[in-house]
Design a protein around this ligand. Structure first.
Ligand SMILES: [Zn+2]
Length: 544
């Protein structure tokens, strides 16, 4: 998505070197060989897609650390090279919870789900759909509720849940079973990040399929047994941090995220399968490049800076590792600038190498023009963007973001090692080495704020709201930094710090989910947009 690409400068640096005719020297051949070896291992099925906090991530971490043994790279995590941090997996229906109707167990998700703020507990009942009796389960049809309130612009289903739960509990109901017999979309979903207060009694929503299967007779009495319980699991992810000490005043941070999507358990994949998502380009490529950079700097480095090497985890879940590191730095000192490599394996001359963050220091244009490379480059001034450099930019640090562009395999199980352009990746490593060399003759770089946003790494969009997401926002939803003139967002009056929480039937958990939701719409589609402003939900009807 390109919300504001007006300031993207497209400069092609065409050097006199013809890539195809370039004769590789020995160190280039070794570098290519090493990159290949790293990526082939990191993107192999054995690493199970490197999902943050899972066994495949641990193997990734072990591999990176093994690469740094006996290189002179100092461990700079809080437990050797490692910095652990928690990942909140959100609320889920407990494995011990169940619903049985006439001794038949209802199937979670396909038959039913409990509302995420449902009351909890055991209950049993002999209930009939049309009767509302004391000490029994009550049934209600959401379609009736929506129809009754169709002309009430202030009607809020969440409020209705709260009030109804209180009222029917007072009348003796032990639980409420909902279904929707109509065609109006009710948008009732399980929100795993729900922090709302528990309702007065259990409320369970039955899907059309579940309701028709389990309650097919209006007049029958159903034998219901249930226990509604939730779990709130957390897992532990790991950043890997190393340090190369030149006893200099300033430190350059070099970063790349090590995690990917695993078997798509977190549903950030753009394909709908549960195959291993190897993530060769995203981001075994950046990881491999960072390993090679770190090892070369450990051997010999420009002396006017120290180098902090950070392999972030949890990037795919919302830049979690970089945000955590910045909140809990394992090294404090004077930071010069940060370079992030995320997806640097698919260079071709048409796609070019994007260098983002070009506008984050007044010195970048001069520095980059002094740094030779055979690669075709596409400059993007934005300091934000969908990767870890955005976290550092938020802390007023000059950043560069290296990225060879999105492609058909992005966030799919087909992002594999055989599709990597290793020779160009070698040139990217050389480019970063040369940028570091050039900046060795400069003082600490000044920082500039950039207004432009870019979402280079994304799916194809045909619609947009014309808003700028705040990538550093850690709450549920998408907080915006502003709305572009003349676009939908501005027209309906969206403003900075509004939080988008729902588009159509899609609840928006984070920027990634927002992008995925947007990609489902096309020009002319009518839908609803729900936002939160000062804690209050506001609903808009929009047309793309
Ligand atoms: Zn990714």
């Amino acid at each position: 998505m390109k919300e504001s690409v007006a300031f993207i400068l497209v400069l092609c640096l065409i050097s006199s070197i013809d890539l195809s005719a370039q004769k590789l020297n020995k160190s280039d051949r070794v570098l290519i060989q090493n990159l290949k070896q790293h990526i082939q291992y990191l993107a192999s099925d054995e690493l199970e897609g490197r999902r943050a906090g899972d066994a495949g991530e641990q193997k990734t971490v072990d591999y990176i650390i093994s690469q740094y043994q006996n290189t002179g790279i100092q461990a700079m995590g809080d437990n050797g090279f490692i910095q652990s941090f928690p990942i909140d997996e959100g609320k889920k229906f407990s494995n011990n919870a169940f619903i049985k109707i006439n001794n038949q167990e209802a199937i979670l998700d396909s038959d039913f789900f409990a509302l995420s703020n449902s009351g909890i507990g055991n209950f049993s009942s002999k209930a009939s759909i049309t009767l509302h009796e004391s000490n029994q389960v009550w049934f209600m049809d959401v379609n009736d509720v929506l129809e009754e309130n169709a002309s009430n612009p202030h009607f809020d289903l969440n409020e209705w849940f709260v009030n109804t739960a209180n009222q029917i509990k007072a009348k003796g109901a032990v639980a409420l079973f909902l279904h929707n017999s109509g065609t109006v979309v009710d948008n009732i979903r399980f929100n795993k990040y729900d922090t709302a207060k528990s309702l007065a009694l259990p409320i369970v929503y039955f899907t059309k399929q579940g309701f028709n299967k389990l309650f097919n007779d209006e007049l029958a009495t159903y034998n219901i047994e249930s226990n509604i319980l939730f779990e709130h699991p957390k897992r532990t992810a790991h950043n890997v941090v190393g340090f190369i000490d030149n006893h200099a005043t300033n430190t350059i941070i070099l970063g790349a995220h090590l995690d990917h999507l695993g078997f798509n358990q977190d549903k950030h994949g753009l394909d709908l399968n549960n195959l291993v998502h190897n993530g060769a380009d995203d981001n075994a490529s950046g990881t491999a490049a960072l390993i090679e950079l770190a090892k070369s700097l450990a051997k010999k480095s420009p002396k006017n800076n120290n180098y902090l090497i950070i392999h972030f985890s949890g990037e795919e879940l919302g830049l979690l590792g970089s945000k955590y590191w910045l909140d809990h730095p394992t090294y404090t000192g004077h930071f010069n600038y940060m370079i992030n490599m995320d997806m640097v394996g698919r260079y071709d001359t048409a796609r070019k190498l994007t260098i983002g963050g070009y506008g984050t220091s007044s010195k970048w244009s001069e520095i980059l023009s002094k740094t030779p490379t055979p690669l075709f480059i596409h400059y993007d001034s934005a300091g934000t963007g969908p990767s870890d450099h955005a976290s550092f930019y938020r802390k007023d640090m000059p950043v560069l973001f290296l990225f060879t562009g999105s492609h058909a395999d992005y966030h799919k199980a087909t992002d594999d090692a055989d599709k990597i352009n290793y020779e160009a990746q070698k040139d990217i490593v050389r480019l970063v080495q040369n940028i570091i060399k050039t900046t060795d003759n400069y003082d600490k770089l000044d920082f500039l704020k950039t207004r432009e946003q870019s979402m280079g790494k994304s799916t194809k969009f045909t619609v947009s709201l014309g808003v700028m997401p705040d990538y550093a926002f850690t709450g549920t939803g998408v907080r915006i930094e502003g709305a572009s003139q003349g676009k939908i967002g501005e027209k309906i009056g969206l403003k900075a710090s509004d939080v988008l929480v729902q588009i159509g039937e899609y609840k928006l958990i984070d920027v990634m989910g927002y992008m995925q939701a947007l990609s489902k719409f096309k020009k002319g589609d009518k839908t609803i947009l729900v936002i939160k402003r000062n804690g209050e939900e506001i609903k808009f009807e929009i047309q793309f």
